[in-house]
Design a protein around this ligand. Structure first.
Ligand code: 1GP
Length: 271
C-alpha cells in the first residue's frame, strides 16, 4: 500500500514539474497576439476540424503549415464525433512547434495536449448555456489544466447559409449588414473583460464577414479581432487584414486545396 502511495506521489511530482517547466519556457500565446497587434503584424491560423480530417491528410497540412510559418492551428468543430482530437494534437506536436489552440464547439472538446483554449462566450446569441452555463461546468477542469485560457467573445455573423453553429447553439446570427449591432456587441464583450473578439460567418459561409463590418468593429474595440468563415482567397484575407482583422482563420478552403496555406500565409506575412 505504502509503495503505491510512493508511486502516485512520484508520478504527481513529475507531472507538476512538467507543467511548471512547460509554463516557464512557453511564452504566452495571448501576449504574442497582443505583440503582433501592436506591431501591426497580421496572424494566420489554420482551422482543423477533426471530423473532416484523417490522420494521413494531416501530415501534408503540417508540413505545408510549417514551411509557410503559419502562426497557429485552431482545432475544433461543431460536433467532433470521432475520437481523434488527442491523436491529431500529438501528430502536430511531434512534427512542428506551431502552437495548438482549442476552438471547441462543445465542452467535450477538451485536450490537455493543446497549448491554449479559446474560452468562448457566444455573445451574439441569447442562449444562457453558451453565455455562462457551460463555462460553470468546465471551469474546475480548466482551472487545473495546463492550458492557457483565452476568454473570447464569439460572434456569429450571417454568412448567407444556415450554419452548424447556428443550429447547434440554437441562436440567430447577427445580420450581415447590421454593422452597428456587431459594434455594440463587440464593445459589450470588451467591457465585460473578454480578451479577443472572434467574428465568424461560420465554416463554409457563402458570404464572409464584410470588410465594412470588420472596419467598424476594429475601430471601436482595442482588443484583437479574429475573423473567419468563408475566406477562400489571399485577396479576401488581405482585404480583411486591411480592414482591421488581427488574425485570419481559414479551414474549409484549405481542406479543398492545401496549397492555399502557403498563398494566404505569404500574402498576410508580407502585408
Ligand atoms: C469556422 O471561422 C472558421 O468557424 C473557419 O471557416 O471553414 O469557412 O474557413 P471556414
Amino acid at each position: 500500500m505504502k509503495y503505491n502511495y510512493f508511486i502516485i506521489e512520484y508520478f504527481l511530482m513529475h507531472l507538476i514539474s512538467y507543467y511548471q517547466n512547460k509554463n516557464m519556457v512557453s511564452p504566452s500565446i495571448y501576449s504574442n497576439i497582443l505583440q503582433a497587434k501592436e506591431n501591426n503584424t497580421k496572424q494566420f491560423a489554420v482551422l482543423l476540424d477533426p471530423d473532416k480530417l484523417n490522420l494521413k491528410s494531416i501530415d501534408q497540412i503540417i508540413t505545408l503549415a510549417e514551411t509557410a510559418h503559419i502562426d497557429s492551428f485552431l482545432i475544433g468543430g461543431s460536433l467532433v464525433v470521432n475520437n481523434e482530437l488527442d491523436a491529431i494534437i500529438d501528430l502536430i506536436k511531434i512534427n512542428c512547434e506551431i502552437p495548438v489552440i482549442l476552438f471547441p464547439g462543445s465542452s467535450r472538446q477538451l485536450s490537455y495536449k493543446a497549448d491554449a483554449l479559446l474560452f468562448l462566450t457566444l455573445i451574439s446569441g441569447r442562449n444562457p448555456d453558451l453565455l455562462i452555463g457551460k463555462h460553470v461546468e468546465t471551469a474546475p477542469f480548466l482551472k487545473i489544466s495546463p492550458l492557457e485560457i483565452i476568454p473570447t467573445g464569439y460572434m456569429l455573423i450571417d454568412g448567407g447559409v444556415p450554419t452548424s453553429v447556428s443550429y447547434m447553439s440554437n441562436t440567430y446570427p447577427i445580420p450581415a449588414t447590421k454593422d452597428s449591432i456587431a459594434v455594440c456587441t463587440a464593445l459589450a464583450g470588451e467591457m465585460l473583460g473578454l480578451k479577443l473578439i472572434y467574428m465568424d460567418a461560420g465554416s463554409g459561409a457563402q458570404i464572409p464577414v464584410s470588410t465594412s463590418m470588420i472596419e467598424s468593429v476594429s475601430t471601436a474595440i482595442d482588443i484583437p479581432l479574429v475573423i473567419g468563415g468563408g475566406i477562400r482567397t489571399p485577396e479576401k484575407a488581405i482585404a480583411n487584414a486591411k480592414a482591421g482583422a488581427d488574425i485570419i482563420v481559414v479551414g474549409n478552403a484549405i481542406e479543398n486545396d492545401v496549397h492555399l496555406i502557403r498563398e494566404i500565409a505569404d500574402a498576410l506575412h508580407t502585408y
